[in-house]
Design a protein. Sequence first.
Length: 130
Amino acid sequence: MYHLKLIKALSYSGVVTATQKKPDVFVADKAIADAAVATGYFKIAEEDQEPQEGGEEKETGEDGENKEPGKKLEEMTVPELETFATYKGISLKGISKKADIIAKLKVELGAAETENEVDYGSPTITKLQG
């Protein structure tokens, strides 16, 4: 079970639904949790799953919040790839397959920016204001 918490708006309705009064969402499917997090409106509050390989700790940013490590393009979900493309200003209009999205990103950004782990998403409004 994945515990998601609304962090960026008063309400959200999409892959999951949350409001300011009920910001907590619980989902059993990892794909749904990843899709919600990829929107930038949610963070994973708790994860009742086995620790990932080696029990690595998440990096901590300057403000003490957990910082998500980068991922390789091939490890990203389609919603994460779409978020990354938007963040980089690349249009994916008419492209829906993961392999095609990755190919377009590699062509547009070049190997130097896509061969290693990449950071995706944009900062939250609270980080921008701080």
